[in-house]
Design a protein around this ligand. Structure first.
Ligand code: DHE
Length: 558
């Protein structure tokens, strides 16, 4: 066999009801390309080891899951896999071919690649991390007070996902103040307790800190702590404000504590552990959301595959204490209730919301979410006249927006159950984020991964009083024009994604989720009249996705 043929496997495909052996052969170059595509597009939902999380198991061999059996990719065969990868699924998997993100050849390559055993992903040590650590501006050379006259507490950090950059936008003037480089497919931004520093995490595990006191904000420290990551936060407990930053890694699955100002790596803790229910070892127990506890020097760290919430005490940074709370598998994103005592986190593949009491340090409830694949982002808090304080989440796999009671003392009958279901119009889910602000009378919901173009390109306004959808707002066509690839193919922008309010809650910002080919705008709506009041267009604003206002992010306001 040629040296170039790295991977060969005999698989069966069904042809007229008869299984026929198909030999999969990938050259080194194809394997390298497929590995990269898998890492960029697939690993987030299916895992590096392809054992599934939000997305299903996609290993060659058949899987006898706890709830259902999943066919191996060898059983599915190339044709079926091409169909799934090209067109997507109603459960929320994007149609990578249909959307133009992968070419037909790339779809076919991936269909073959998935029938081969997964490659062993790399490990990373403290020494590896240190090689990538840079302090661009030492702490003593940084401004002693804000150098800008702008209202920096109303800055927005905007993730420019596919170009790996972050735009800092003045929320008062709607001007781009600076655009800084960041990690690959940057994922989220979080703020220090005082708001001065904005922290970014790339999907390639590159963390960085941006100093907003500078006249032109820039990256002052950076480090690559792992190969795949999604979350970052800082210490916010009294006395520890801004002292530490923490990155939650998907691969190697770990928690990395860093110095808050310089990002010097201080401690690595592996999260590979045992599933909370069956006590089976899971090498790929990835860190999903992280929030900083306001009651104790702790981070609340959600370990996806094992279904454990770790209360990670950082007060003795090299000798951390961890309380492991049994919750539910496939923990993903979540947010605080309005008092910031209870953290509500979605175990998305189990259609469950878990509630952790940050004061008492224990699980208080596991709530059936009432829909398919809950995906709250950080959720939305409403003080409802009828139900008392509720926290709201939407779902990726169904059109349910649900309100969960969060006040066990004042409204015990409503606490920790779905008290109201709000149906988004039309079929299917596709909602990723809901958001509100205490001063706004509405909740906003997007739907960018609904397969229906019309439903995908509008957003939904829910009245806080009635908890009903009162308006759908389509994105004006002129902002959705398809971009053209070099070979003349038209690629459509996805509908609006994610919302963020300005500091005083009078405006809500959303963005058109375009592609790398052309800039797409950020749309600023009056949060009360719902009128489009400003369109922020800039040649540098390409693939704007997450938007993070300094005041709201530092105060966990949503
Ligand atoms: Fe996210 C939050 C993981 C895809 C935009 N996303 C989160 C969190 C996790 C997560 C664990 C919670 C972080 C926290 O609070 O500490 N996201 C993942 C994935 O694994 C997934 C499904 C697939 C992947 O390959 O990465 C994924 N996420 C996306 C996107 O494609 C989105 C829509 C666009 C983008 O820019 O990447 C996206 N995720 C976001 C945003 C948040 C987020 C904007 C923060 C919401 C907030 O309001 O705080």
């Amino acid at each position: 066999m040629s040296k170039k043929l790295l991977s060969v496997v005999a698989v069966s495909v069904m042809f007229s009801g008869v299984a026929i052996a198909e030999e999969i052969k990938l050259s080194d170059a194809e394997m390298k390309k497929a590995n990269q595509i898998y890492f960029d597009r697939c690993a987030g939902c299916h895992g590096m080891l392809r054992k599934g999380a939000l997305g299903p198991w996609i290993r060659p061999e058949h899987h006898k899951g706890k709830k259902k059996e999943v066919p191996g990719t060898k059983e599915l065969g190339t044709e079926a896999l091409v169909n799934i990868i090209y067109n997507g699924t109603p459960g929320g998997m994007p149609g990578w071919g249909k959307s133009g993100e992968l070419t037909k050849d790339e779809v076919e390559l991936m269909a073959k690649y998935l029938q081969l055993p997964p490659v062993a992903p790399p490990e990373k040590s403290m020494a590896d991390m240190k090689k990538t650590w840079k302090v661009e501006v030492p702490v003593d050379k940084r401004p002693k007070k804000p150098e800008t006259d702008r209202n920096w507490k109303n800055y927005f950090g905007v993730v420019l996902r596919d170009v790996g950059k972050i735009a800092i936008i003045d929320g008062d003037k709607k001007e781009v103040v600076s655009v800084v480089p960041s990690g690959f497919a940057t994922h989220i931004l979080r703020s220090s307790a005082d708001g001065r520093y904005m922290y970014a995490i790339g999907r390639d595990g590159k963390a960085e800190v941006i100093d907003l006191w500078m006249k032109k904000p820039q990256v002052v420290s950076e480090i690559r702590v792992c190969n795949d990551a999604r979350s970052i936060d800082t210490s916010k407990y009294k006395g520890y404000e801004g002292k530490y930053a923490v990155v939650g890694c998907y691969w190697p699955p770990s928690i990395v504590t860093l110095d808050g100002k310089t990002l010097e790596p201080l401690k690595i803790v592996s999260t590979a552990s045992y599933t909370y229910d069956t006590e089976e070892f899971h090498r790929e127990a990835r860190v999903a959301s992280i929030v900083a506890n306001h009651y104790k020097p702790q981070w609340i760290i959600n370990v996806k595959e094992t279904g454990q919430v770790w209360l990670y005490d950082y007060s003795d940074v090299n000798n951390p204490t961890i309380k492991m709370i049994e919750a539910e598998r496939f923990l993903h994103d979540g947010g605080w209730d309005s008092t910031k005592r209870y953290f509500l986190v979605a175990a998305n593949a189990r259609n469950t919301i878990c509630v952790v009491d940050a004061k008492e340090g224990k699980l208080v409830a596991k709530i059936p979410s009432g829909g398919t694949k809950p995906h709250p982002g950080r959720g939305a808090n409403v003080n409802s006249k009828k139900y008392g304080p509720v926290w709201i989440t939407g779902h990726i796999g169904s059109n349910d927006i649900v309100a969960i009671g969060t006040d066990p003392k004042g409204h015990p009958d409503n606490a920790w159950k779905v008290v109201k279901k709000i149906k988004l119009p039309g079929k299917g889910g596709g909602n990723l984020f809901v958001k509100t602000h205490p001063k706004c009378k509405y909740i906003f919901a997007d739907r960018p991964v609904n397969p229906d173009r019309k439903l995908q390109t509008q957003f939904y306004v829910i009245d806080k009083n009635t908890l009903e959808v009162v308006k759908t707002i389509p994105i004006p066509e002129e902002y959705l024009k398809p971009a053209k690839t070099k070979d003349g193919k038209e690629v459509k922008a996805r509908g609006p994604v994610h919302f963020e309010f300005n500091a005083d809650g009078t405006e809500v910002w959303t963005s058109v989720w375009g592609n790398k080919l052309e800039p797409t705008p950020i749309l600023v709506y009056d949060a009360n009249t719902l009128k489009l009041k400003k369109v922020i267009k800039d040649p540098r604003i390409i693939t704007p996705t997450g938007k993070f206002n300094v005041t709201n992010t530092m105060g966990d306001i949503y």
